[in-house]
Ligand binder design. Structure first.
Ligand code: 5AD
Length: 443
């Protein structure tokens, strides 16, 4: 590898925090003379930023690494980073001979060095937890200028029995409020008007002085910021202070992604989620009372060890009771090293698969009903990008609904008022209303 132009290709899998981490890696490698390329063929360094949350996420990475290694020329470096890298460490080097480096989420600062070593033929795994690491000095280089992710907390102190994340991202720690605000200001100065604060249990944010309510108020007060989102919260950390901040800071959008995982208190207990079905419903009620029209989405796991048909029916009835706007549904995947490995009563795959299908149908039915009821209503949308389909633009409401509209690509980044004209059940079509056009011109 020459010292002149060094090109890095990065593929990102998994959650929003991985997307934000990829921006961070780009910033880190940028300082070391790297430029991003969209083409793995011409890259000197190929990185795959991975997820470990379910086995199929890891299987996909094995497949993808197998394909990407074909683009390796002599001296090129192929690396696996992220949660799967952290989980498997040097075992990944043993398992895939074409992989030259492995680095977990706390190890990115070492990447330039690991790449140099790899180019010289030394393969390394960097998987030490660094509980102080926030990459505070590294300027993230966001790929998306319209909407930015800002990591406010790394790691996780919950111990949900199904979840590998505490093992891959280490202990919870929060950035200082002033550092977060400074980063948001930087994004806003670069033209970004929407920010999503990220953390594994983001509303448990605490920097020693300030809690999540303080953070929402401080970030919401950044001049020029128009939309503030966060993901993902834990129900137990929605205290009244936080809900009050959400209700009173106008920038905070009317949408919460609130993972429930199961509607059965018995299963929730085995999952060590630390709330009951009633506790979750109470949280929903408090959110709805404070923020009318708030949209709620969730994550649900089916087939957790010991889940009975009755437990599953409770999950279905919870979806109906809450009237989620959408839900991500998963079949339980055993993760080595998690406490749930020891729980007996494994659910056969065909039973879990059949429950998943039923749940997906229930979720779709509920979402379709809610969304059909919104057709005809007017919403402010942020124009995000050209849609994949035709000449349409993809826009988003404050409640996180995707609305496709006709329009000039120059509108990307601006706000419009649209009337919803139809729905597929999950996304919408809409037309800008005439007053909105004037509003845009006026801006
Ligand atoms: N199996 C299936 N789904 C899981 N999730 C986390 N761990 C597992 C697992 N072992 C899901 C949860 C979480 C989402 C990000 O992934 O629903 O909220």
């Amino acid at each position: 590898m020459t010292d002149a132009v060094k090109l890095v290709y990065i593929e990102t899998y998994g959650c929003q925090m991985n997307v934000a981490d990829t921006d961070l890696i780009v910033g880190l490698l940028g300082r070391d003379g790297f430029t991003v390329t969209e083409s793995p063929e011409e890259a000197d360094v190929i990185l795959v930023n991975t997820c470990a949350v379910r086995d199929n996420a890891e299987q996909r990475v094995y497949g993808r690494v197998g394909e990407l290694k074909r683009h390796k020329r002599p001296g090129d470096v192929l690396g696996v980073v992220g949660c799967m890298a952290q989980r498997l460490g040097s075992a990944l080097l043993d398992r895939i001979p074409s992989v030259d480096l492995v680095a977990g989420p706390d190890g990115y600062r070492a990447l330039p060095e690991l790449i140099r070593r790899a180019a010289e033929g030394t393969r390394t795994a960097e998987v030490e937890f660094k509980p102080w690491e926030h990459y505070e000095d590294v300027p993230p280089t966001p790929a998306n200028r319209v909407s930015a992710f800002v990591t406010v907390q790394r790691g996780c102190n919950y111990r949900c029995t199904f979840c590998i994340v505490p093992m891959t991202r280490g202990p919870e720690r929060s950035r200082k409020l002033a550092d977060v605000v400074r980063e948001v200001e930087r994004h806003v100065n670069a033209g970004t008007t929407e920010v999503t604060l990220l953390g594994q249990t983001v509303n448990s944010y605490h920097d020693g002085t300030n809690d999540f309510a303080d953070l929402l108020r401080a970030v919401g007060a950044v001049d020029g910021l128009r939309r503030l989102r966060f993901t993902s919260p834990h129900p137990n950390d929605f205290n009244d202070r936080v809900i009050d901040a959400m209700a009173t800071v106008p920038e905070v959008c009317e949408h919460v992604h609130l993972p429930v995982q199961s509607g059965s208190s018995r299963v929730l207990k085995r999952m060590l989620r630390r709330y009951t079905r009633e506790g979750y419903l109470d949280c929903v009620e408090r959110l709805r009372a404070a923020i009318p029209n708030i949209a709620l989405t969730t994550d649900i796991i089916v087939g957790f060890p010991g889940e009975t048909e009755d437990d599953f029916l409770e999950t279905e009835s919870l979806v109906e009771a809450v009237q989620f706007d959408n839900a991500f549904t998963f079949k339980y995947s055993v993760r080595d090293g998690t406490p749930a490995v020891k729980i007996k009563d494994h659910i056969p795959d065909d039973v879990a698969g059949e429950r998943l299908e039923r749940l997906i149908a229930t979720v779709r039915g509920v979402a379709r009903g809610r969304n059909a009821g919104l057709v005809g209503s007017s919403h402010e949308v942020l124009v995000e990008k050209r849609a994949r389909r035709g000449d349409l633009l993809q826009t988003r409401t404050r409640t996180n609904k995707v609305v496709l509209i006709d329009g000039d690509p120059q509108l990307v980044g601006s706000y419009l008022q649209v009337r919803l004209t139809g729905t597929t059940g999950s996304t919408f079509t809409g037309v800008p209303t005439s007053s909105a056009r004037m509003l845009v011109v006026a801006e």
